[in-house]
Design a protein around this ligand. Structure first.
Ligand code: ADP
Ligand code: MG
Length: 332
């Protein structure tokens, strides 16, 4: 039974960035306005997500890490109108199966926080009092250490995984308005270094400037396209010949209803139009598609990165027309 749980867990938690993503989304779901991510040895040794959200109430200490425990969905029709990131109660239980997990948490109703530890089945095995502000800290130590093959792979690719994680955190820092993000990494060789720090502004401009830099902000132009069936896209693309990613897909941030996602067809289309507009480089892209929830299904893959858009064809067509207007206003 333990083995099956570990295998399933390995499908939700694919790598470092999917693990941290789940924790960050839990913090966002908990209404946090400040989220701090602390890595040790690029996340290989340990990672920690510290938030100032609502905390976990004592009734839930025993169940929080059990498979399919969630506080977020009350009945099945809720799936249609889902507004929280999580709802399947798989992340914490999966992390427990694949690593050593502890949680420190406090709600506004307690004066003191609890430090909780769990075994690999998500069973609460330790509970003591500790001091903490309202909010939650989840600490994950030695991810994948009980999956020898995955563990080896993880250690070998850690710099790449770290890069992917920073890019994902940048995406959240761009889109999550009003949420302050800090990410730091500590290694044996180097003292703690802060790799991302935002103020949690409500404006695109501030967030783009802090995350990507003022130089990049200056070479962007806004994109606001209305599409059929109540869909629209808002964001920015770089002006032809100006700002660019270092390589394919770099600095291209796509969101659906403010969720970071992969829609390779969108990247492909934007790259193609950018090239046609006489640029040899790849554009910087920040695009948030606002779609009625019935038009998209974010739950295609366990890590929720891939989305299925029922209106994909008409969305891509409208995007093409809209971008053509921007890139070559006269010919469109
Ligand atoms: P899901 O997010 O799908 O509900 P998770 O396994 O990610 O499932 O989390 C299980 C439950 O633990 C959540 O429903 C929530 O009640 C609680 N939880 C996890 N992380 C936090 C957090 N940072 N703040 C408050 N509650 C949390
Ligand atoms: Mg979750």
């Amino acid at each position: 039974k333990g083995v099956v749980h570990r295998i399933c867990a390995g499908q939700v938690i694919l790598d470092l960035s999917s693990a941290v993503k789940e924790l960050v989304e839990n913090s966002l779901d908990a209404g946090a306005t400040s989220i701090e991510i602390c890595l040790k040895e690029y996340g290989e040794e340990r990672f920690q997500v510290i938030d100032n959200g609502c905390g976990i109430s004592p009734d839930n200490y025993k169940v929080v890490a059990l498979k399919h425990h969630t506080s977020k969905m009350t009945n099945f029709t809720d799936l249609q109108s889902l507004t929280t990131y999580g709802f399947r109660g798989e992340a914490i239980s999966s992390l427990c199966a694949l690593a050593d997990v502890t949680i420190e948490t406090r709600t506004k109703n307690e004066t003191i926080a609890a430090h909780l530890s769990f075994d690999h089945s998500g069973v609460l095995i330790g509970e003591r009092k500790t001091a903490r502000q309202v909010g939650t800290t989840v600490t994950v130590t030695k991810l994948f250490s009980n999956l020898p093959v995955r563990s080896k792979e993880f250690k070998r690719n850690i710099r790449k995984e770290y890069g992917k994680l920073i890019s994902l955190l940048n995406a959240y820092a761009l889109i999550a308005k009003g949420v302050r993000f800090v990410c730091s990494n500590t290694t044996a060789k180097n003292a703690k270094s802060v790799v991302l720090k935002t103020q949690g502004s409500d404006s695109w401009k501030d967030n783009i400037t802090t995350v990507l830099g003022v130089k990049i902000f200056c070479c962007l132009q806004p994109v606001n396209i209305d599409m059929p069936d109540g869909c629209k896209v808002d964001g920015f693309v770089s002006k032809p010949g100006q700002g660019s990613g270092r390589n394919l897909g770099d600095r291209q941030y796509i969101f659906v209803n403010s969720r970071p996602v992969d829609i390779p067809k969108v990247n492909k289309l934007v790259n193609e139009l950018y090239k046609a507009a006489n640029s040899k480089q790849y554009p910087i892209v920040i695009m948030n598609f606002s779609l009625p929830t019935k038009e998209c299904d974010v739950n295609v893959t366990p890590d929720k990165r891939k989305v299925f858009l029922s209106a994909e064809t008409s969305i891509l067509l409208a995007l093409r027309e809209g971008l053509n207007q921007i890139y070559s206003p006269t010919s469109a």
